[in-house]
Design a protein around this ligand. Structure first.
Ligand code: HAM
Length: 431
């Protein structure tokens, strides 16, 4: 009987694992340039941590269970509550704080393109600033990651603001804003008739529901937002303030990226804790699920700890990124070390191979030597199938003259060189 991985999970083989390592390291590199420090937290947490504000939908999707001490625990479905827990456990940390992490997350979702039951998510958050500078900086970090991956032309950012939506819905006369927002979150995933009947079930009358639907279809150039809204709804001072804040954030964000940025009033985000700006990144063709998503959540720390710390952050998963990078021919390992197979012409020389392989490794190269006492031809075959660039062949006659044969495996070209020349060439390659 064979075993396969569970539905929605992945086995990742070296050719992909190498590209993923480089992808994660590029994300960490950008985060580090932005002054973000890494953190880690457990993969299993009390389920209650997510019941507080992550929202019913996410809690329903958890891989949760009772542990042997009868505690209700879960594999973490998102990073944000744990990150806030770490922050609020250390009052002495001077703020603003910039933290990032790269956890594996688990959500019992219906597996589909770009959505799995286990994924790796790059998370970045800024704590201790409620300004538009923090909003722009965090979205700017997401854009710098994508732009650095060569995806500038491939994605767009959709902006919205929860305060703005609350005020708009209030001005339309809708009082149950959480229910209305969760219906708006379905926009584009279900047809408009379904949206209308969902709103009617929540006591939103037809005229109000029609007004909401009219707002949702367009992706707006941010400077046009004020005119667009003024033409459709009553604009009180608070709504005008919200629009101004969003437009000012957009202006700041333009410093970070030339990528396409729009306002999308249907982007409200499913998670329960957002209190201000919300944003998502999508592929420009609109074929894939969100590449990243996040927003401002100024109240979560108070709910977890009684400390009030404004916060803004985002998560960017590996799954959609992989699809987008593959689709645009960018899923390639770049930084592979040169790989050498040190081969011996007779078994007697096996120890010499180990010595030379160790020397090459010290110089920064990747080197293997035979582990199975095989013939030279078997060693060379193995070198090719192990993706080696060169074979270094040690022969008995060579030993006396201090030389080896260096064969370029791709072309089959080979020449005799001294060990000193080999060392020099390998060193130069790795400095
Ligand atoms: P989220 O929108 O649930 O937000 O997830 C953020 C990103 O994680 C998504 O845009 C997507 O790239 C990836 N993602 C989510 N679910 C899956 C899945 N099932 N399979 C593959 N990728 C997935 C959050 O998680 C928030 N905690 C982000 C945040 C951080 N907000 C503030 N700080």
């Amino acid at each position: 009987m064979g075993f396969e991985h569970l539905k929605g999970f992945r086995d990742i083989f070296p050719e992909d694992a190498q590209v993923r390592l480089e992808l994660f390291s590029k994300m960490e590199d950008v985060a580090s340039r932005f002054g973000f420090a890494p953190i880690e937290y457990p993969s299993v947490e009390p389920l209650d941590l997510f019941k507080i504000k992550s929202g019913d939908e996410l809690v329903k999707q958890t891989f949760s269970f009772k542990d042997k001490g009868d505690r209700e625990v879960t594999l973490i479905p998102e990073a944000t509550p744990s990150t806030v827990r770490l922050l609020t456990s250390r009052k002495e940390i001077s703020r603003p704080v910039r933290w990032y992490s790269m956890p594996k997350l688990w959500r019992y979702e219906e597996p589909q393109s770009g959505r799995l039951r286990e994924h790796v998510q790059f998370n970045a958050d800024i704590f201790g600033s409620d300004s538009i500078y923090a909003d722009a900086e965090i979205i700017g970090l997401a854009t710098k990651i994508l732009d650095g991956l060569g995806l500038k032309e491939e994605y767009e950012i959709r902006l919205n603001d929860r305060n703005l939506m609350n005020n708009i819905l209030g001005n339309i006369g809708i009082s149950n804003t959480p229910a209305a927002l969760s219906i708006i979150d379905h926009y584009g995933k279900v047809d408009n008739d379904t949206l209308l009947s969902e709103m009617s079930d929540q006591g939103i009358d037809d005229e109000q529901a029609e007004s909401v639907i009219k707002l949702l279809g367009n992706n707006l150039n941010p400077p046009d937002l004020m005119d667009f809204l003024s033409s459709l709804i009553f604009m009180d001072d608070k709504t005008i303030e919200n629009v101004n804040r969003l437009e000012d954030t957009y202006t700041l964000l333009k410093k970070y990226t030339d990528a396409k940025i729009v306002v999308s009033l249907s982007t409200v985000r499913g998670l329960g804790y957002y209190t201000g700006i919300v944003f998502e990144g999508f592929d420009r063709k609109g074929e894939l699920r969100a590449i990243f998503g996040g927003g401002r959540y100024d109240n979560l720390s108070k709910l977890l700890s009684e400390q009030s710390i404004p916060a803004v952050g985002f998560g960017m998963g590996d799954a959609v990124l992989e699809i987008l990078l593959k689709r645009t021919n960018r899923w390639k390992a770049e930084q592979r070390r040169k790989k050498y197979a040190v081969c011996c012409s007779t078994k007697k020389l096996a120890d010499r191979c180990i010595d030379l392989a160790l020397e090459l490794r010290d110089l920064g190269a990747s080197a293997i030597s035979d582990l199975n006492n095989r013939s030279l031809s078997a060693q060379l075959k193995n070198a090719s199938s192990n993706d080696c660039d060169y074979a270094v062949i040690i022969g008995e006659a060579d030993i006396k003259s201090g030389k080896v044969t260096l064969r370029t495996l791709r072309t089959g070209e080979q020449s005799q060189i001294s060990i000193e020349e080999l060392v020099k060439a390998v060193r130069n390659d790795h400095i």
